[in-house]
Write a protein that binds this ligand. Sequence first.
Ligand SMILES: [Zn+2]
Length: 200
Amino acid sequence: MLPEEIKKFIEEFEKLPSIGPRQATRLAFRLIGGGQAKLAEMANAVSGLKKVKICPRCFFVHSQKTDVCSICAESTRANDVFMVIEKETDLMSIERTKKYRGKYLVLGELTKSGVLEPWQKLRLNALKKIITDEMSDKMAKEIIIALNPTTYGDLNASLIEKELKNYSHKMSRLGRGIPTGGEIEFADEETLSHSLTRRE
Ligand SMILES: [Zn+2]
């Protein structure tokens, strides 16, 4: 009953988080109803995402001409202090406080089981390699684990701490100031700044 083009659209969009076949179908009709110009704009926005690159050092997104992102390339940031975070949006929240001047490792969305995915282990290995290759004593000055203070966040934090403790002189955790069950992404700047300066 539906044209092939719409079927193809639904097939792709229903795979996205929180969009099912019904929402994808509705979305298709809404977009078609918006007219050709709107459709072209939307297609351009989606196609533009193809140019976004993932930094091979911190795994944050960027569209620089270089391989690495602008945070990793910034020479005024400490290159022996690393913050391990879950989501890109967490990094953005931390950056907004302007209180952190080290580097990052974006781990990607954690599972509720407290087990790291194979690709997340590869990201941890990338950090270990940076530390052993670039630090004169093969140890970072500090690694801050900044995961959300939820049950699975704590579980993963302990796991990551174990993985990285031989690679850093100091291990610390952020999030003590953030209420239990709260999220870094949604904490206000003052709360975040506070938990940054009082990390333990
Ligand atoms: Zn980077």
